[in-house]
Design a protein around this ligand. Structure first.
Ligand code: UDP
Ligand code: MG
Length: 136
């Protein structure tokens, strides 16, 4: 039974700054994801605060929002069978030092905050996050 899903992926400022966006897009495509929509943008800190509102009580919230808005990012809708979980697996653990070999964060992540990619963590959040960036 086919279960095609869409999920939101963000190539974060640390990776775009190192010109890794095309290389990371190739990783997704080689793993069978289609990039349905994409755009390179820079967001305001207030938008980052809205995007990461679920983390507003966390000690890292302010730095996280400052960071996500600090430079250009690439936001993408990825599509594939079981895309939400598949993307989370391909990204690897939040902290690159804990991420498995072959994951994006293992290969490209610098630190727990500069971990190169964001990915939706559930089907419901994927819908919310896709709307956040692509509803017009
Ligand atoms: N983050 C951080 N410090 C922490 C935990 C998380 O800077 O101690 C950042 C990190 O960039 C992470 C983002 O906050 O990607 C969102 O955290 P979450 O726990 O949702 O991790 P993710 O879903 O991105 O793996
Ligand atoms: Mg998360």
């Amino acid at each position: 039974m086919s279960n095609i899903e869409q999920t939101l992926s963000i190539i974060k400022p640390d990776a775009v700054e190192r010109n890794l966006d095309n290389e990371i897009k190739e990783v997704f495509k080689n793993k069978g994801f289609s990039i349905v929509k994409e755009k390179k943008i820079q967001i305001e800190k207030s938008e980052a605060e809205r995007f990461y509102k679920v983390h507003e009580t966390k000690p890292f919230y302010n730095d996280l929002c400052a960071y996500l808005s600090s430079g250009p990012i690439v936001v993408m809708i990825l599509q594939k069978e079981n895309a939400v979980l598949g993307n989370r697996e391909l990204m690897g653990a939040t902290n690159p030092v804990e991420a498995e070999e072959g994951t994006i964060r293992k290969k490209y992540g610098i630190s727990i905050d500069k971990n190169s990619v964001h990915g939706s963590d559930s089907i419901d959040n994927a819908k919310i996050e896709i709307d956040f960036f692509f509803k017009d």
